[in-house]
Design a protein around this ligand. Sequence first.
Ligand code: PLP
Length: 391
Amino acid sequence: MHPDTLAVHAGEPPLDRQDAPVVPDITVGSASVYPDLASLETAMAGHRGYGRWGTQNHHQLEQAVSALEGVGVSGRVEALAVASGMAAIATTILTEATSGDHVVAANDCYGTTVTFLRDDVARFGLTTTLVDVQDLDQVRAAMTARTRLILCEVCTNPLIRVPDLESLAAVAHERGALLVVDNTVPTPALSQPFRWGADVVIHSATKNLSGHADVVGGVLLGRPAWLEGARALARTFGPSLGPFEAWLTLRGIRTLAVRMERHTQNALALAGFLERQPAVSHVYYPELASSPFCRRAKRLLPQGAGALFSFELQGGLPAVERLLSRLKLIRLMPSLGHVATTLSHPASTSHRGLSQEERRRVGIADGLVRCSVGLERIDDLTADLERGLAA
Ligand code: PLP
Protein backbone atom coordinates (compact mmCIF):
# COMPACT_ATOMS: atom_id res chain seq x y z
CA MET A 1 0.00 0.00 0.00
CA HIS A 2 1.10 3.56 -0.65
CA PRO A 3 2.38 5.28 2.53
CA ASP A 4 -0.27 8.02 2.20
CA THR A 5 -2.95 5.31 2.33
CA LEU A 6 -1.21 3.60 5.23
CA ALA A 7 -1.25 6.88 7.16
CA VAL A 8 -5.04 6.91 6.82
CA HIS A 9 -5.63 3.23 7.67
CA ALA A 10 -2.72 1.57 9.49
CA GLY A 11 -3.58 0.50 13.03
CA GLU A 12 -7.34 0.50 12.43
CA PRO A 13 -8.98 -1.87 14.91
CA PRO A 14 -10.38 -5.05 13.32
CA LEU A 15 -14.07 -5.04 12.41
CA ASP A 16 -14.81 -7.79 14.94
CA ARG A 17 -18.07 -6.65 16.49
CA GLN A 18 -21.47 -5.34 15.48
CA ASP A 19 -21.70 -1.53 15.45
CA ALA A 20 -17.96 -1.07 15.96
CA PRO A 21 -17.16 2.67 16.11
CA VAL A 22 -15.44 4.11 13.04
CA VAL A 23 -12.59 5.49 15.16
CA PRO A 24 -11.10 3.59 18.11
CA ASP A 25 -12.49 3.93 21.60
CA ILE A 26 -10.14 5.26 24.24
CA THR A 27 -9.28 2.77 26.96
CA VAL A 28 -9.21 4.84 30.12
CA GLY A 29 -9.17 1.97 32.67
CA SER A 30 -5.78 1.65 34.37
CA ALA A 31 -6.24 -2.13 34.41
CA SER A 32 -8.51 -4.84 33.00
CA VAL A 33 -10.68 -7.28 35.01
CA TYR A 34 -10.75 -11.09 34.67
CA PRO A 35 -13.33 -13.75 35.50
CA ASP A 36 -10.84 -16.26 36.92
CA LEU A 37 -7.20 -16.94 37.71
CA ALA A 38 -6.58 -18.82 34.43
CA SER A 39 -7.52 -15.83 32.28
CA LEU A 40 -5.57 -13.49 34.59
CA GLU A 41 -2.55 -15.75 34.16
CA THR A 42 -2.81 -15.60 30.35
CA ALA A 43 -2.96 -11.79 30.48
CA MET A 44 -0.03 -11.48 32.88
CA ALA A 45 2.12 -13.86 30.83
CA GLY A 46 1.42 -11.73 27.74
CA HIS A 47 2.04 -8.43 29.61
CA ARG A 48 -1.56 -7.37 29.01
CA GLY A 49 -4.18 -5.90 31.30
CA TYR A 50 -2.17 -3.21 33.10
CA GLY A 51 -2.00 0.39 31.86
CA ARG A 52 1.76 0.85 32.22
CA TRP A 53 2.31 -1.97 29.74
CA GLY A 54 0.10 -0.31 27.10
CA THR A 55 -3.51 -0.41 25.97
CA GLN A 56 -5.20 -0.98 22.63
CA ASN A 57 -4.61 2.72 21.90
CA HIS A 58 -0.86 2.28 22.22
CA HIS A 59 -0.88 -0.85 20.08
CA GLN A 60 -2.90 0.88 17.33
CA LEU A 61 -0.47 3.82 17.32
CA GLU A 62 2.52 1.45 17.32
CA GLN A 63 1.08 -0.47 14.37
CA ALA A 64 0.55 2.73 12.40
CA VAL A 65 4.04 4.15 13.01
CA SER A 66 5.74 0.82 12.32
CA ALA A 67 3.79 0.46 9.06
CA LEU A 68 4.91 3.93 7.95
CA GLU A 69 8.54 3.50 8.99
CA GLY A 70 8.63 0.03 7.46
CA VAL A 71 7.74 1.13 3.91
CA GLY A 72 10.40 -0.19 1.54
CA VAL A 73 12.34 -1.88 4.36
CA SER A 74 13.21 -5.56 4.22
CA GLY A 75 12.15 -7.44 7.35
CA ARG A 76 9.82 -6.23 10.05
CA VAL A 77 10.15 -3.20 12.31
CA GLU A 78 8.12 -2.72 15.46
CA ALA A 79 7.30 0.36 17.53
CA LEU A 80 6.95 1.26 21.19
CA ALA A 81 4.95 4.35 22.16
CA VAL A 82 6.29 6.28 25.14
CA ALA A 83 5.55 9.49 27.03
CA SER A 84 7.80 11.94 25.13
CA GLY A 85 10.60 12.18 22.60
CA MET A 86 13.07 12.33 25.49
CA ALA A 87 11.54 9.14 26.93
CA ALA A 88 12.13 7.50 23.53
CA ILE A 89 15.76 8.64 23.56
CA ALA A 90 16.39 7.59 27.18
CA THR A 91 14.69 4.22 26.66
CA THR A 92 16.78 3.60 23.54
CA ILE A 93 20.09 4.48 25.20
CA LEU A 94 19.36 2.45 28.31
CA THR A 95 18.17 -0.55 26.29
CA GLU A 96 21.35 -0.68 24.26
CA ALA A 97 24.05 0.49 26.65
CA THR A 98 24.99 -0.69 30.12
CA SER A 99 27.58 0.45 32.63
CA GLY A 100 30.99 0.90 30.97
CA ASP A 101 29.53 1.39 27.50
CA HIS A 102 30.02 4.39 25.26
CA VAL A 103 27.78 6.44 22.99
CA VAL A 104 28.79 8.58 20.02
CA ALA A 105 26.29 11.33 19.26
CA ALA A 106 25.97 14.26 16.92
CA ASN A 107 26.90 17.48 18.71
CA ASP A 108 24.06 19.29 16.93
CA CYS A 109 21.26 17.06 18.22
CA TYR A 110 18.27 18.64 19.98
CA GLY A 111 19.62 20.53 23.03
CA THR A 112 18.06 18.29 25.71
CA THR A 113 19.37 15.19 23.92
CA VAL A 114 22.84 16.71 24.17
CA THR A 115 22.47 17.65 27.85
CA PHE A 116 21.05 14.19 28.65
CA LEU A 117 24.06 12.53 27.03
CA ARG A 118 26.56 15.01 28.41
CA ASP A 119 25.27 15.30 32.01
CA ASP A 120 22.82 12.53 32.89
CA VAL A 121 23.94 9.22 31.42
CA ALA A 122 27.10 9.20 33.59
CA ARG A 123 24.94 8.10 36.54
CA PHE A 124 24.32 4.85 34.62
CA GLY A 125 28.07 4.43 34.06
CA LEU A 126 27.92 5.48 30.40
CA THR A 127 30.20 7.87 28.58
CA THR A 128 29.43 9.95 25.51
CA THR A 129 31.54 11.58 22.83
CA LEU A 130 29.82 14.39 20.94
CA VAL A 131 31.08 14.77 17.38
CA ASP A 132 30.33 16.54 14.12
CA VAL A 133 28.66 13.67 12.24
CA GLN A 134 29.29 15.49 8.96
CA ASP A 135 32.95 14.56 9.48
CA LEU A 136 33.13 10.76 9.22
CA ASP A 137 36.80 10.71 10.31
CA GLN A 138 35.76 12.38 13.56
CA VAL A 139 33.03 9.76 14.02
CA ARG A 140 35.46 6.89 13.34
CA ALA A 141 38.05 8.38 15.71
CA ALA A 142 35.45 8.61 18.48
CA MET A 143 34.47 4.93 18.29
CA THR A 144 35.83 2.68 21.05
CA ALA A 145 35.57 -1.04 21.70
CA ARG A 146 32.64 -0.19 24.04
CA THR A 147 30.70 2.07 21.64
CA ARG A 148 27.19 0.66 21.44
CA LEU A 149 25.53 3.26 19.21
CA ILE A 150 25.83 6.36 17.07
CA LEU A 151 22.94 8.81 17.49
CA CYS A 152 22.02 11.50 14.97
CA GLU A 153 19.02 13.39 13.56
CA VAL A 154 17.86 13.28 9.92
CA CYS A 155 17.21 17.04 9.80
CA THR A 156 18.95 18.66 12.74
CA ASN A 157 17.12 21.11 14.88
CA PRO A 158 17.57 24.07 14.31
CA LEU A 159 20.14 24.21 11.48
CA ILE A 160 18.50 21.46 9.38
CA ARG A 161 21.77 19.73 8.54
CA VAL A 162 21.32 16.35 6.87
CA PRO A 163 23.88 13.65 7.71
CA ASP A 164 25.06 10.94 5.35
CA LEU A 165 23.01 8.19 7.00
CA GLU A 166 24.32 5.34 4.82
CA SER A 167 27.95 6.13 5.67
CA LEU A 168 27.14 6.54 9.37
CA ALA A 169 25.39 3.16 9.30
CA ALA A 170 28.49 1.63 7.70
CA VAL A 171 30.78 3.15 10.36
CA ALA A 172 28.48 1.92 13.16
CA HIS A 173 28.15 -1.58 11.71
CA GLU A 174 31.90 -1.97 11.06
CA ARG A 175 32.36 -1.57 14.82
CA GLY A 176 29.38 -3.70 15.88
CA ALA A 177 27.38 -0.64 16.99
CA LEU A 178 23.85 0.52 16.11
CA LEU A 179 22.86 3.59 14.15
CA VAL A 180 20.05 5.36 16.02
CA VAL A 181 18.27 8.05 14.01
CA ASP A 182 15.91 10.72 15.33
CA ASN A 183 13.36 11.16 12.53
CA THR A 184 11.22 13.75 14.35
CA VAL A 185 11.53 16.63 11.91
CA PRO A 186 10.79 14.97 8.55
CA THR A 187 8.42 12.31 10.01
CA PRO A 188 7.93 8.96 8.22
CA ALA A 189 5.85 10.79 5.58
CA LEU A 190 9.13 12.15 4.16
CA SER A 191 11.89 9.91 5.52
CA GLN A 192 12.28 6.24 6.46
CA PRO A 193 15.78 5.91 8.02
CA PHE A 194 15.65 2.08 8.16
CA ARG A 195 16.03 2.22 4.38
CA TRP A 196 19.40 3.96 4.80
CA GLY A 197 20.71 1.49 7.37
CA ALA A 198 19.35 2.78 10.69
CA ASP A 199 18.85 0.12 13.36
CA VAL A 200 16.64 2.19 15.65
CA VAL A 201 14.41 5.14 14.78
CA ILE A 202 13.12 7.68 17.31
CA HIS A 203 10.32 10.24 17.23
CA SER A 204 9.16 13.03 19.38
CA ALA A 205 5.46 12.52 18.59
CA THR A 206 4.94 15.94 20.17
CA LYS A 207 5.88 17.52 16.84
CA ASN A 208 4.60 16.95 13.29
CA LEU A 209 3.76 13.29 13.86
CA SER A 210 0.76 14.23 16.03
CA GLY A 211 0.83 17.63 14.36
CA HIS A 212 -1.60 19.82 16.33
CA ALA A 213 0.47 20.96 19.35
CA ASP A 214 -1.84 19.12 21.74
CA VAL A 215 0.20 16.01 22.61
CA VAL A 216 3.48 15.22 24.36
CA GLY A 217 4.58 11.79 23.21
CA GLY A 218 7.33 9.69 21.69
CA VAL A 219 7.91 6.53 19.69
CA LEU A 220 10.94 4.29 19.24
CA LEU A 221 11.23 1.62 16.59
CA GLY A 222 13.56 -1.27 15.93
CA ARG A 223 13.75 -4.86 14.78
CA PRO A 224 11.45 -7.17 16.78
CA ALA A 225 14.13 -8.76 19.01
CA TRP A 226 15.70 -5.39 19.89
CA LEU A 227 12.33 -3.81 20.49
CA GLU A 228 11.32 -6.60 22.85
CA GLY A 229 14.31 -5.58 25.02
CA ALA A 230 13.12 -1.95 24.95
CA ARG A 231 9.58 -3.04 25.89
CA ALA A 232 10.89 -5.07 28.82
CA LEU A 233 12.89 -2.08 30.08
CA ALA A 234 9.93 0.27 29.61
CA ARG A 235 7.64 -2.07 31.58
CA THR A 236 10.01 -1.57 34.54
CA PHE A 237 11.06 2.07 34.09
CA GLY A 238 7.50 3.09 33.20
CA PRO A 239 7.81 5.90 30.61
CA SER A 240 4.20 5.16 29.61
CA LEU A 241 2.17 7.36 27.28
CA GLY A 242 -1.40 8.19 28.32
CA PRO A 243 -4.07 6.43 26.22
CA PHE A 244 -5.67 9.73 25.20
CA GLU A 245 -2.30 10.97 23.93
CA ALA A 246 -1.87 7.71 21.98
CA TRP A 247 -5.34 8.23 20.49
CA LEU A 248 -4.65 11.87 19.59
CA THR A 249 -1.32 10.95 17.98
CA LEU A 250 -2.99 8.30 15.84
CA ARG A 251 -5.67 10.79 14.87
CA GLY A 252 -2.94 13.24 13.84
CA ILE A 253 -1.24 10.54 11.75
CA ARG A 254 -4.43 10.13 9.68
CA THR A 255 -3.63 13.50 8.02
CA LEU A 256 0.17 13.23 8.17
CA ALA A 257 0.74 12.82 4.43
CA VAL A 258 -1.33 15.83 3.38
CA ARG A 259 -0.04 17.96 6.23
CA MET A 260 3.61 17.23 5.43
CA GLU A 261 3.03 17.95 1.74
CA ARG A 262 1.62 21.40 2.52
CA HIS A 263 4.17 22.09 5.30
CA THR A 264 6.97 21.32 2.87
CA GLN A 265 5.57 23.51 0.08
CA ASN A 266 5.09 26.39 2.50
CA ALA A 267 8.53 25.94 4.08
CA LEU A 268 10.31 26.05 0.73
CA ALA A 269 8.36 29.11 -0.38
CA LEU A 270 8.89 30.96 2.90
CA ALA A 271 12.58 30.06 3.10
CA GLY A 272 13.03 31.36 -0.46
CA PHE A 273 11.14 34.55 0.43
CA LEU A 274 13.34 35.15 3.49
CA GLU A 275 16.51 34.56 1.48
CA ARG A 276 15.59 37.64 -0.55
CA GLN A 277 15.09 39.93 2.48
CA PRO A 278 17.96 42.35 3.22
CA ALA A 279 17.47 42.00 7.01
CA VAL A 280 18.21 38.26 6.77
CA SER A 281 21.84 37.18 6.56
CA HIS A 282 21.31 33.44 6.09
CA VAL A 283 18.53 30.88 5.65
CA TYR A 284 19.04 27.24 6.62
CA TYR A 285 16.83 24.83 4.66
CA PRO A 286 18.26 21.83 2.79
CA GLU A 287 15.92 22.20 -0.17
CA LEU A 288 17.34 25.62 -1.05
CA ALA A 289 19.87 25.52 -3.88
CA SER A 290 22.19 27.57 -1.60
CA SER A 291 22.28 24.78 1.02
CA PRO A 292 25.33 22.49 1.16
CA PHE A 293 22.87 19.69 1.97
CA CYS A 294 20.72 20.18 -1.13
CA ARG A 295 22.02 17.16 -3.08
CA ARG A 296 21.89 14.84 -0.10
CA ALA A 297 18.40 16.02 0.82
CA LYS A 298 17.18 15.32 -2.72
CA ARG A 299 18.37 11.73 -2.30
CA LEU A 300 17.32 11.04 1.31
CA LEU A 301 14.23 13.28 1.35
CA PRO A 302 12.94 13.25 -2.24
CA GLN A 303 9.48 14.50 -1.21
CA GLY A 304 10.83 17.46 0.72
CA ALA A 305 12.60 18.31 3.95
CA GLY A 306 9.62 19.14 6.15
CA ALA A 307 8.23 22.11 8.03
CA LEU A 308 11.32 23.37 9.81
CA PHE A 309 13.87 25.95 8.70
CA SER A 310 15.91 28.67 10.39
CA PHE A 311 17.09 32.12 9.46
CA GLU A 312 19.59 34.51 10.92
CA LEU A 313 18.88 38.21 11.31
CA GLN A 314 21.62 40.76 10.56
CA GLY A 315 20.83 42.69 13.74
CA GLY A 316 21.24 39.85 16.30
CA LEU A 317 19.04 39.70 19.40
CA PRO A 318 17.55 43.24 19.14
CA ALA A 319 16.42 42.44 15.58
CA VAL A 320 14.78 39.20 16.82
CA GLU A 321 12.91 41.14 19.52
CA ARG A 322 11.77 43.74 16.97
CA LEU A 323 10.52 41.06 14.57
CA LEU A 324 8.57 39.26 17.30
CA SER A 325 6.96 42.47 18.52
CA ARG A 326 5.61 43.27 15.05
CA LEU A 327 4.15 39.94 13.97
CA LYS A 328 0.38 39.55 14.08
CA LEU A 329 -0.21 36.03 12.78
CA ILE A 330 2.96 34.06 13.53
CA ARG A 331 3.52 33.41 17.23
CA LEU A 332 6.47 32.54 19.45
CA MET A 333 6.40 28.94 20.78
CA PRO A 334 9.18 26.81 22.30
CA SER A 335 8.21 23.79 20.19
CA LEU A 336 7.54 22.92 16.56
CA GLY A 337 5.25 20.89 14.36
CA HIS A 338 1.93 22.72 14.78
CA VAL A 339 -0.73 23.37 12.12
CA ALA A 340 0.00 27.09 12.67
CA THR A 341 3.30 28.72 11.75
CA THR A 342 5.38 29.45 14.85
CA LEU A 343 8.81 30.87 15.56
CA SER A 344 11.30 29.90 18.20
CA HIS A 345 14.58 31.32 19.43
CA PRO A 346 16.96 28.35 19.82
CA ALA A 347 19.46 30.22 22.03
CA SER A 348 16.66 30.83 24.59
CA THR A 349 14.82 27.51 24.24
CA SER A 350 16.10 24.22 22.79
CA HIS A 351 19.77 25.15 23.31
CA ARG A 352 19.57 27.17 26.53
CA GLY A 353 21.33 24.32 28.38
CA LEU A 354 24.48 24.85 26.27
CA SER A 355 27.07 27.47 27.10
CA GLN A 356 27.47 30.36 24.65
CA GLU A 357 30.74 28.78 23.51
CA GLU A 358 29.02 25.40 22.86
CA ARG A 359 26.25 27.19 20.95
CA ARG A 360 28.79 29.11 18.90
CA ARG A 361 30.55 25.84 18.05
CA VAL A 362 27.33 24.35 16.64
CA GLY A 363 26.42 27.58 14.80
CA ILE A 364 23.54 28.87 16.97
CA ALA A 365 23.85 32.64 17.04
CA ASP A 366 21.69 35.01 19.12
CA GLY A 367 20.12 36.31 15.89
CA LEU A 368 19.00 32.84 14.79
CA VAL A 369 15.24 32.30 14.53
CA ARG A 370 13.68 28.90 13.88
CA CYS A 371 10.47 28.70 11.93
CA SER A 372 8.04 25.78 12.02
CA VAL A 373 5.86 26.42 9.03
CA GLY A 374 2.16 25.67 9.29
CA LEU A 375 -0.66 25.08 6.89
CA GLU A 376 -1.75 28.67 6.25
CA ARG A 377 -1.88 30.30 2.82
CA ILE A 378 1.64 31.39 1.93
CA ASP A 379 0.63 34.99 1.10
CA ASP A 380 -0.61 35.54 4.65
CA LEU A 381 2.70 34.26 6.02
CA THR A 382 4.88 36.39 3.75
CA ALA A 383 2.73 39.46 4.54
CA ASP A 384 3.23 38.92 8.27
CA LEU A 385 7.00 38.48 7.92
CA GLU A 386 7.25 41.48 5.57
CA ARG A 387 5.57 43.57 8.28
CA GLY A 388 7.93 42.11 10.90
CA LEU A 389 11.09 42.77 8.91
CA ALA A 390 10.22 46.22 7.49
CA ALA A 391 13.00 48.77 8.09
N1 PLP B 1 14.05 15.13 19.16
C1 PLP B 1 13.92 16.29 18.50
C2 PLP B 1 14.52 16.44 17.14
C3 PLP B 1 13.23 17.36 19.10
O1 PLP B 1 13.10 18.53 18.44
C4 PLP B 1 12.68 17.20 20.40
C5 PLP B 1 11.96 18.29 21.07
O2 PLP B 1 11.93 19.41 20.60
C6 PLP B 1 12.87 15.95 21.04
C7 PLP B 1 13.53 14.95 20.38
C8 PLP B 1 12.32 15.72 22.42
O3 PLP B 1 10.95 15.54 22.33
P1 PLP B 1 9.92 15.76 23.55
O4 PLP B 1 9.87 17.23 23.81
O5 PLP B 1 8.66 15.16 23.04
O6 PLP B 1 10.48 15.01 24.72
